[in-house]
Design a protein around this ligand. Structure first.
Ligand code: C2E
Ligand code: MG
Ligand code: MG
Ligand code: MG
Length: 285
């Protein structure tokens, strides 16, 4: 019986590793083609500003709906593409889409930045170019980075400083789950903290989470940073966060990540008609 169990376990492990390797290879093989076919696209999740009670922007989230596999989890395929050293292409694709889509709306957009992009000087020139081409003011673009060791090495830090100098905003994503220390907060040129959903979801049920969120908001404000809460799924959580003076709310309660047309269709009429008037033609010079 012991042997059978051992064999079972071994077999299972073997299967899993093999599947993982195979999965990665096919994902990498198919990615470029999927981009070209439109199977890879960018969804937008609205951000609600609690001060003005208006949708002031969105987070861009990559999507891949595979003809056979269906929805592929973005964190999973993004990691595979990172591991293969091909993250630049993905990032620049999302950046161009987001800037092209949001410049005519006059709203803000946030793009997730893989840490593997930092410290290689691959961002500043294309970003400057994209903002100019589509006529987006730099302060309408936020780059979301997750807490990790690389972001505070000298090269990474210098690059973040140079992006900040262009006027682009830096946000610390999934705040509270990474290796954040107080010195990160002091050193990073960030203007926004995004409190991770794992804390937000428990704000009503866990006293310690409520205390952590409340004091994080106070701390961020003292440091002149604004605070976004992600993963807000109901009105009670929204109310609790508003009571703690959280600045911006993101989550299914406000809206799910959706294609651009659906995002725009839910905006107030004023913004939508302004977009139509301007048309989305880029200003190529
Ligand atoms: P993230 O940047 O922290 O994005 C937030 C995730 O939470 C998104 O998952 C979003 O769909 C989900 N979410 C938002 N509101 C709620 C809610 O109320 N409840 C629940 N349960 N979930 C909510 P998604 O789209 O699956 O993305 C997962 C992660 O993949 C992202 O986490 C980000 O780290 C990464 N990712 C997505 N798009 C990109 C991209 O273009 N580039 C890079 N480098 N990473 C990306
Ligand atoms: Mg994010
Ligand atoms: Mg996050
Ligand atoms: Mg996350």
């Amino acid at each position: 019986a012991t042997n059978a169990i051992n064999r079972g376990i071994l077999w299972e492990r073997y299967e899993t590793d093999e599947d993982e390797v195979f999965w990665k290879l096919s994902i990498l093989n198919e990615f470029e083609q999927a981009l070209g076919r439109g199977d890879v696209w960018v969804a937008y999740q609205p951000k609600l500003d609690l001060h003005s009670n208006a949708i002031t922007g969105a987070e861009a989230l990559i999507r891949w709906i595979h003809p056979d596999r269906g929805f592929i989890r973005p964190d999973r395929f993004v990691r595979a593409i990172e591991d293969a050293g091909r993250i630049d292409k993905l990032t620049l694709y999302v950046l161009e889409r987001a800037i092209a889509d949001f410049a005519p709306l006059g709203l803000s957009v946030a793009v997730n930045l893989s840490m593997r992009m930092l410290g290689k000087n691959k961002l500043e020139a294309p970003l400057r170019d994209l903002l100019e081409t589509y006529g987006m003011p730099a302060e309408k673009l936020t780059l979301e980075i997750t807490e990790s060791a690389t972001m505070t090495d000298d090269q990474g830090m210098a690059e973040l400083e140079s992006l900040r100098a262009l006027g682009i905003l830096i946000s610390i994503d999934d705040y509270g789950t990474g290796q954040s220390t107080l010195s990160y907060l002091k050193r990073l040129p960030a203007s926004e903290l995004k409190i991770d959903q794992s804390f937000v979801r428990q704000v009503l049920t866990s006293r310690s989470d409520a205390v952590l969120i409340n004091s994080t908001i106070k701390l961020a404000h003292e440091l002149d940073m604004r605070v976004v809460a992600e993963g807000v799924e109901d009105q009670q959580v929204l109310d609790a966060l508003a009571g703690m003076e959280c600045d911006i709310i993101q989550g299914y309660h406000v809206g799910r990540p959706v294609p651009l047309a659906e995002f725009v269709s839910k905006l107030p009429h004023k913004i939508t008609s302004a977009t139509v008037a301007k048309t989305a033609a880029p200003r190529r010079s």
